[in-house]
Design a protein around this ligand. Structure first.
Ligand code: COA
Length: 337
């Protein structure tokens, strides 16, 4: 029997570098409350958000991604030409095809690296890290660039009371490569399509365009969300997923240094931490207060901020958990680069 040759594999994978791009326009609650008959106090109490950041017209998905990726490459000490695969997690690249990842890979100068987008909403970055880890360990790629990026301001209805104060823009990136010790634990991930409708685009493109019998709305199909069930699901079900991720990594909450949950809502972050009984010494990401919910970008933005402030140090163990539309979720423990 002829035996095909196989790719040499790597024993372990790790995040080698992180970078982020914060959108330039700070939008405090005061600037959005009139359109939704709300108040700064209500928004802070219910979500913990004091301000969010929106991209300027020039800060496209590509511009923010390249900005975050260049910083991640520099942090990792890796040249763009050495990247073997580019994965971009986003739900707000407004062109159905091609994937924005190919344009980003080209601008970075990755020398024709395979590049594709993934759509797992707020869980996208952790999905990307899981894929990158397996690509590296399986020998398919030496180094993978994972980007989480959103311009949710393009698809948020600023007159919708349930979503206008939550969503925001930004990008974060990580370089994943081989390591001599485990740097990314096995992922715990899943989906609950029974709750497909809880967070979604209001209508599909055919409804926007319409037909002779049914005239289209002609307006951008914004995000809609049923806040209450999302809140309950995220606060309780996700704490269990987080504990499973710790177990799969072979550690307990006592071993953790940093907790970086998806920056959806401060009350969800607090409820998860309580439910997991996180010890006092675990430092918790609270980037949402000044950044808003940036979906796929929220975890790398938050982790990068903690590294910059010294709250997360190289070698720390960090639990990442991301969840959102789908509903989709993913969690893993990583060693901070
Ligand atoms: N400003 C002021 N008041 C508002 C409001 C707003 N933007 N939105 C709703 N309200 C009012 C309602 O009118 C209602 O008033 P009433 O009690 O007098 O009838 C009251 O607040 C409660 O409304 P409800 O829709 O039940 O709000 P809530 O307590 O569920 O809070 C969210 C709304 C969105 C803050 C909350 O559901 C939430 O945080 N959900 C999770 C969202 C999230 O994190 N999504 C991202 C997941 S990736």
């Amino acid at each position: 029997m002829i035996v095909m040759s196989s790719t040499p594999t790597a024993p372990h994978a790790a995040i080698l570098g992180i970078g982020s791009y914060r959108a330039s326009i700070e939008v405090p609650n005061a600037e959005i409350v009139d359109a939704i008959d709300s108040s700064d106090e209500w928004i802070q109490q219910r979500s913990g958000i004091r301000a969010r950041r929106f991209a300027s017209p020039e800060e496209t998905i590509q511009v923010m991604s390249v900005g975050a990726a260049r910083k991640a490459l520099e942090h990792a000490g890796v040249e763009a030409v050495d990247i073997d695969c580019v994965i971009v997690a986003t739900v707000s690249h407004l062109m159905q095809t091609p994937a924005i990842a190919t344009a980003i890979a080209h601008e970075l100068g990755t020398d024709k690296a395979p590049a594709f987008d993934i759509s797992a909403a707020c869980a996208g970055f952790c999905h990307g890290i899981a894929l990158a880890s397996d690509l590296v360990r399986g020998g398919t790629a030496g180094k993978v660039l994972v980007i989480g990026v959103e311009r949710l301001s393009d698809i948020t209805d600023l007159t919708d009371r349930g979503t206008a104060f939550i969503f925001a823009d930004g990008a974060g990136a990580a370089v994943v490569g081989a390591s001599d010790r485990p740097g990314i634990s096995p992922v715990v991930w899943g989906s609950d399509g029974e709750q497909f409708d809880l967070i979604r685009q209001r209508e599909d493109w055919r409804d926007v365009v319409g037909s002779d019998e049914h005239p289209g709305s002609g307006v951008m199909p914004h995000l809609t969300m049923q806040g209450n069930p999302v809140f309950r699901w995220a606060s309780f079900t996700m704490a269990k997923v987080a504990n499973e991720a710790l177990a799969k990594a072979g550690i307990t909450a006592d071993d953790l240094d940093v907790f970086v949950p998806h920056q959806a809502n401060m009350r969800i972050i607090d409820a998860m931490a309580r439910s997991m009984k996180l010890p006092e010494h675990v430092r918790i990401a609270r980037d949402i207060a000044e950044q808003g919910n940036t979906s796929a970008a929220s975890i790398p933005l938050a982790l990068d901020a903690m590294i910059a402030s010294g709250e997360a140090r190289s070698g720390d163990l960090a639990l990442l958990i991301a969840f959102g539309a789908g509903l989709a979720y993913a969690a893993q423990v990583v060693v901070v680069p």
